[in-house]
Structures are given as C-alpha cells and as structure tokens.
Design a protein around this ligand. Structure first.
Ligand SMILES: *[C@@H]1O[C@H](CO)[C@@H](O)[C@H](O)[C@H]1NC(C)=O
Length: 283
C-alpha cells in the first residue's frame, strides 16, 4: 500500500513535469485557426500541424492569398517564423505587417515585405512605417542567409517609444518616437491587426519591375509557423530597446546589408528630409 501510493505520487509528479514541458513548448506556437482568418485566396491558405501551428500561402495566376489576425492590437511584440518562395521567386512579394483600418485614409502601418528575385539572386527585405496615412519611411536590406532554405524568425516590437524590426533576434532597424522633440510621426493611437500575404507584384517588385513572374513555376508557396503575440502587461516588449550587443549587431547589418535608406536619399528629399532623419543616426 505504501509502495503503491509512492508510485502514484511519482506518476503524478511525472505527469506534472510532462504537462509543464508541453505548455512551455506550446508557447511561441500559437494556433492559426484560433487567432487568424483568411483575407483572400480561399483555399490557397492552408493550415496544418497537430496544433494548427503551420500555415502555407499559395500564389498562382488566378490569385495570391493572405490572412490576418482576428484581433487588433495597440502595441506588443509579434514573432513569426517564415520560409519564403524558393527558386525563381521574381515578381512575388511575401509580407508580414501590421495595419490599422485602411478605409480611414489616415491609417498606421508597420511593414516587412520580401521581394522575390531570380534564382541565385538575393531577396530584398523592404521595411516601412506609416503614420496617419503617410509612409515614405523605407529601409531595404539584403539578408545574410538564404530565407528560402529554412524558417527564420521575423519580429516586430512596437511600444510607445519605438518600433524595432528584428530577424532571428538581430535588429535591422529601430524607428523611434521623437514626440519629445516635437516630431509627431509615430503610430501610437490606432490599434492594428497582423496581416500576411503572398501576391504578384511583377510590375515593380523585382529589379524595379524588369523581371516578370515566371508562371510556369506556379503555384508559388510561402510558409508561416509558430507565431507568438505578446501583449502581456508586464512583457519585456514594453521596455525593449537596444543594448550594447544588439546595437553592435544592428550596425553590422546596416553597414553590410542595408541597400536603401530614405534618410540618405538626397535626390528624393532634395527639399527637406523627413524630420526624424536628423535624429535617426543616433539609434
Ligand atoms: C535582385 O538581385 C539584384 C542583383 O543581385 C539585386 O540588385 C536586387 O536588389 C535583388 N532584389 C530585387 C527585389 O530586385
């Protein structure tokens, strides 16, 4: 009897440990059925996995496809693992972005857009920020890895002080709120949904629209998995900022992989640069 109850206690302990392990691996693997809905493309959006933690998008000549979060968020951190269209992806654009209601004409938006390329040539990762319907805050990067061979984690940290774009925890870009310097361009009052899509943009995407989508390679597929949305009131995202190490990482990316920065585009802003550009050097 004594032995039996000891065994029982052991089994209970074991079950508890397993339960904890299962919960902690489930963290960061949100359920696409529960939290997202299809925006276009019908069954080109496919959810799979035992916890509905994987999603694929398809693009063919009939349509692209996309999905969005059911909920809106005002600040938080989102992480999404993505694997992009392999091979000749020229003309395709894969996205992960946040936007408030665009019908207002004064929407806010925070963008990751992955512009495809011909086989062997690098994707361009395009980033932008909109506030009150105004954009024109583009920075573009090449990546230091092949984004089509494995999943990588793309993250947006959005809090009242800053927006940070990260790839596998390495920050590419920080866009700060400079309202204490009288600059009002920063999304901070309109809730936003998470959107993702795969679509044809061969009128502009690849080498400025010169390279067209090769429809003989269709359907094109991009994959999303293991998203995490952190809006917890005591979350690290609230005060997330650069430290010495991440500052050094970001400088390495900007020195080696940045291919466009609106704040250095003298031709485009020959009259005046957007006001935050004079502070943005000191990220
Ligand atoms: C495609 O490859 C060319 C040549 O390497 C490069 O200049 C360009 O930035 C790449 N990306 C896009 C989207 O055109």
């Amino acid at each position: 009897m004594g032995i039996f109850s000891n065994d029982k206690a052991l089994v209970l302990k074991f079950a508890l440990v397993v339960a904890i392990m299962v919960t902690s691996t489930a963290y960061g693997a949100g359920n696409f059925f529960d939290d997202f809905e299809t925006t276009f493309g019908g069954d080109r959006v496919q959810i799979s996995g035992s916890r509905s933690e994987q999603l694929s998008l398809a693009l063919d000549q009939g349509s692209g496809s996309g999905f969005r979060s059911k909920k809106e968020y005002l600040f938080g951190r989102i992480d999404m693992q993505m694997k992009l269209v392999p091979g000749n992806s020229a003309g395709t654009v894969t996205t992960l972005y946040l936007t408030s209601d665009q019908s207002t004409g004064r929407h806010d938006e925070i963008d990751f857009e992955f512009l495809g390329n011909v086989t062997g040539q690098p994707y361009t990762l395009h980033t932008n920020v909109f506030s009150q319907g105004q954009g024109n805050r583009e920075q573009q990067f090449h990546l230091w890895f092949d984004p089509t061979s494995n999943f990588h984690t793309y993250s947006i940290v959005w809090n009242p002080q800053l927006i940070m774009f990260l790839v596998d925890e390495t920050p590419l870009r920080v866009f700060r709120n400079y309202e204490n310097k009288g600059i009002t361009f920063f999304p901070k009052s309109q809730p936003q949904r998470i959107y993702a899509s795969l679509w044809n943009a061969d009128d502009w995407a690849t080498q400025g629209g010169l390279v067209k989508t090769d429809w003989s390679k269709a359907p094109f597929n991009a994959y999303y998995r293991n998203f995490n949305i952190d809006t917890s009131t005591n979350g690290k995202w609230k005060t997330h900022d650069l430290d010495a190490n991440s500052r050094r990482r970001m400088k390495w990316v900007q020195d080696n992989y940045m291919i466009y920065n609106y704040c250095t585009d003298w031709k485009r802003f020959s009259q005046a640069f957007p006001p935050e550009c004079k502070h943005a050097k000191f990220n």
